[in-house]
Design a protein. Structure first.
Ligand code: G6P
Length: 615
C-alpha cells in the first residue's frame, strides 16, 4: 500500500511528482505529501486527504521549485491518517527526508534505542524511526547516505520501498526495496522513481525494477549503482522496455476507472486468450503450462492461493478444474494458508492468483509452498510483479492496467486464463471428449461478444439501482459455478457503496440468511438456464413467500424467473462453466450505479487500497 514517487534531473520535479501521485492514488489515498529540493532549501508539504487536497494546500504553502523531489500517497498502517503521520518525514537534524511504502516491524525496539540516544519523534510512524536510524548510523559511522541506508536496513525487519535524500547531497536519491515494489525510470540525464511505472510512462520507456534486498544510489549526471543490501555486492542493472502506454492509464472519456474497466472486459478477455486459443486447430498454447505439463498431470492436487476478488476467481477455477480436468482443487485464503502449517509437498501444484502480483499474503503463501517443494504457477496481471517473478512458471492475464480499486476486468480475465489451463489439462488427461473440448473453445471465443451484449443491460441495471440504492442490506445467491459470482457481487457492493451485502450458495439460504428476509431485503439471485436452474427457482419461491425483493440474473428469453422476480436482468446463453464471465457483468454495474447514486467515491473507496503489500 502507499505509492511513492521521486524525480532527479533537469526538469521541475513538482509537476512530475504531483501527476505521478495522482496515478498511484489507487495504492492508498488517506494522506499525501511532497518534498522538493532546489539545492538550497527543502520545501515540504503534507496533509491528510487526497492528492488533490495536497495540491490545493501545497501551492499556497511552499514554492514549488526544485529539480529533486519525492512524494507519497498513504494508506495508513502505523498512526492514524493525519498531517503529522503523512510522509515525507524529516530526520531530527532536518537533513534527511524519506518516503516509505511498507512496514518496519521492529520499529518499536529501534525507536526505544533511538530515544535513549536523544532522538525525538513527532509522528507515530515506523517511517520516522527508519529515517532517524539512518541518520544515527550516518553520524556514528561517519559515512555517506548510501552506506548509512544499507547499514540501517540490515537492522530492520519488515517490508519497504523507500526513497531518501540528504540536504548535503543535492544530486542524489537513495532507494531500496524489500517486499514492496520499486521501479526506476531512466531518461536522458534524469531518473524517475515510483511504485510502478505509471508516473513516468510519458517520459521514458526504459525502467529498472529493483529486486528484493536491493538498493540503488541514483545520481544526477552520474547514473545508478545497484547493490545487494546484505552483502554489498554490485548488481548489473537490467533495463526493461515498458509495454505500458499513456492511454491505458487514463480514463478515456469514462467518468470513472471502474466503469472504463467494466467496459473494457470484451477486449480484455480477447487479449487474454489471443494467441493462446487457436480454435481452428483446436489448440490451446500456453508456454507456462506446456513446459510444466508433467507437474500438472502428476499433481496430487492443485492448491489455489489468493485474496479478495482473486480468491473468488480461484473458487470459480475450483469448479472448472474439478469438472473438466478431474484434478482435486483446494482454494485457500493466502493469509490463512501461510500461517496454518499446511500439509504440502513436491506433489502439489500451487496456483497463485493476483491482479497486482504484489499482495503480501499471497507472496508469503507461495514462498512457503516453494520452501516445501511445491511447484508454483502464478496468474498475475502486472507484468514483472513480485508474485510473477517468485513463481516457478505462470501466465499473465493481459488485462491491461486496472486502476479502479474495485476489481472488475481482473476477475473475468483471471477466469479466462484459468479456463484455458483447465481445458488444456483436461485435453491432456483425456477427461474431456474432443467434441466437448471444441465446443468449449468455440464458446470461449464468443465470450467477448457476449460480454458486450451483457453490457447493454447497463441502462436497465441503473433503474434497478435507483430502486434499491437505499437498502441497508443485500443478499446475493448463486449455485455451482455462480456461487463464487454471488460472493463477488456482494463484495463489489460492499467495497464501493458501503452497503452490507452477503453472498451465499442459494441452497444454504435456509440455514440462516432466510431469517433476514422481509419486504426490505433485496436479493440478487443468479438463475441462469444451465446449472441447477430448477433448484434455484425453488429458492426464489422460498424468498417470494417471505416477501423478499428479487433481482434475477437470468439467461436471455427466461420465462419462469421472470414471472416470480421483481426485476430480471438478462445475459446471453453460454455453456455452464463460462456463465460467470457473463453473470458478473450486471453485478459490477449494479454496485457501480448504487455507489454513484449514493455519492461515494467509486474509484477510491474508503479504507481500501488496490495493492495490499502489508499483512
Ligand atoms: C485488495 C483489492 C482487491 C483485490 C485484493 C487482492 O483488497 O482492493 O480488489 O482483489 O486486494 O489483490 P490482488 O492484486 O492480489 O489480486
Amino acid at each position: 500500500m502507499c505509492g511513492i514517487v521521486g524525480y532527479i534531473g533537469h526538469r521541475e520535479a513538482y509537476p512530475i511528482i504531483l501527476k505521478g501521485l495522482k496515478r498511484l492514488e489507487y495504492r492508498g489515498y488517506d494522506s499525501a505529501g511532497i518534498a522538493l529540493y532546489d539545492g538550497t532549501d527543502i520545501k515540504l508539504s503534507k496533509t491528510k486527504g487526497k492528492v488533490a487536497d495536497l495540491e490545493e494546500r501545497l501551492e499556497k504553502e511552499i514554492s514549488t521549485t526544485g529539480t529533486l523531489g519525492i512524494g507519497h500517497t498513504r494508506w495508513a498502517t502505523h498512526g492514524v491518517p493525519n498531517d503529522v503521520n503523512s510522509h515525507p518525514h524529516y530526520s531530527n537534524s532536518g537533513d534527511l527526508v524519506i518516503i516509505h511504502n511498507g512496514i518496519i516491524e521492529n520499529y518499536e525496539s529501534l525507536k526505544k534505542e533511538l530515544i535513549k540516544r536523544g532522538y525525538t519523534f513527532k509522528s507515530d510512524t515506523d517511517t520516522e524511526v527508519l529515517v532517524n536510524l539512518i541518520e544515527d548510523v550516518k553520524k556514528k559511522e561517519k559515512t555517506k547516505l548510501g552506506k548509512a541506508v544499507q547499514i540501517a536496513l540490515n537492522q530492520v525487519v519488515g517490508a519497504y520501498a523507500i526513497a531518501v535524500f540528504d540536504k548535503n547531497k543535492p544530486n542524489e536519491i537513495v532507494v531500496a526495496r524489500l517486499g514492496s515494489p520499486l521501479a526506476i525510470g531512466i531518461g536522458e540525464d534524469e531518473f524517475f522513481i515510483a511504485s510502478d511505472a505509471s508516473p513516468f510512462i510519458e517520459y521514458t520507456k526504459n525502467a529498472i525494477y529493483l529486486e528484493d534486498e536491493e538498493m540503488a544510489v541514483v545520481r544526477r549526471h552520474k547514473g545508478i549503482k545497484i547493490r545487494k543490501i546484505k552483502d554489498d555486492s554490485l548488481v548489473a542493472p537490467y533495463i526493461q522496455e515498458l509495454q505500458l502506454n499513456l492511454e491505458q492509464i487514463e480514463k478515456g472519456g469514462y467518468e470513472h476507472f471502474m466503469l472504463k474497466e467494466i467496459y473494457e472486459q470484451p477486449s480484455a478477455i480477447l487479449d487474454t486468450f489471443r494467441g493462446r486459443l487457436l480454435s481452428n486447430e483446436a489448440i490451446i498454447k500456453m508456454a507456462g503450462v506446456e513446459d510444466n505439463m508433467k507437474k500438472f498431470l502428476n499433481a496430487n492436487r492443485i492448491i489455489i492461493v489468493a485474496c479478495g476478488t482473486s480468491w473468488h476467481a480461484g473458487l470459480v477455477a475450483e469448479y472448472i478444474f474439478e469438472d473438466l480436468a478431474r484434478i482435486p482443487v483446494e482454494v485457500e485464503y493466502a493469509s490463512e494458508f501461510r500461517y496454518r502449517n499446511p500439509i504440502i509437498n513436491e506433489n502439489d501444484v500451487v496456483i497463485a492468483i493476483s491482479q497486482s502480483g504484489e499482495t503480501a499474503d499471497t507472496l508469503a503463501a507461495i514462498k512457503l509452498a516453494k520452501s516445501k517443494g511445491a511447484f508454483v504457477f502464478g496468474v498475475c496481471n502486472v507484468v514483472g510483479s513480485s508474485i510473477a517473478r517468485e513463481s516457478d512458471a505462470g501466465a499473465y492475464t493481459h488485462a491491461g492496467p486496472e486502476i479502479g480499486v474495485a476489481s472488475t476486468k481482473a476477475f473475468t480475465t483471471q477466469i479466462t486464463v484459468l479456463s484455458l489451463i483447465a481445458l488444456r489439462l483436461a485435453r491432456a488427461k483425456g477427461t474431456i471428449s474432443s467434441s466437448d473440448y471444441r465446443t468449449h473453445l468455440l464458446e470461449l471465443e464468443l465470450i467477448p461478444g457476449k460480454v458486450k451484449t451483457a453490457l447493454e443491460s447497463d441502462a436497465y441495471v441503473k433503474t434497478v439501482a435507483d430502486i434499491y440504492k437505499d437498502a441497508k442490506n443485500f443478499l446475493y445467491l448463486g449455485r455451482g459455478y455462480n456461487f463464487p459470482v454471488a460472493l463477488e457481487g456482494a463484495l463489489k457492493l460492499k467495497e464501493i457503496s458501503y452497503i452490507h451485502a452477503e453472498g451465499y450458495p442459494a441452497a444454504e439460504m435456509k440455514h440462516g440468511p432466510i431469517a433476514l428476509i422481509d419486504e426490505n431485503m433485496p436479493i440478487v439471485v443468479i438463475a441462469t438456464k444451465k446449472g441447477h436452474y430448477e433448484k434455484v427457482v425453488s429458492n426464489i419461491q422460498e424468498i417470494k413467500s417471505r416477501s423478499g425483493k428479487i433481482i434475477g440474473i437470468v439467461t436471455v428469453g427466461d420465462k419462469q424467473v421472470k414471472e416470480l422476480a421483481d426485476h430480471v436482468i438478462e445475459v446471453p446463453e453460454t455453456i455452464e462453466s463460462l456463465t460467470p464471465l457473463l453473470t458478473t457483468i450486471p453485478l459490477q454495474l449494479l454496485s457501480y450505479h448504487i455507489a454513484l447514486m449514493l455519492g461515494k467515491n467509486v474509484d477510491q473507496p474508503r479504507n481500501l487500497a488496490k495493492a495490499v503489500t502489508v499483512e
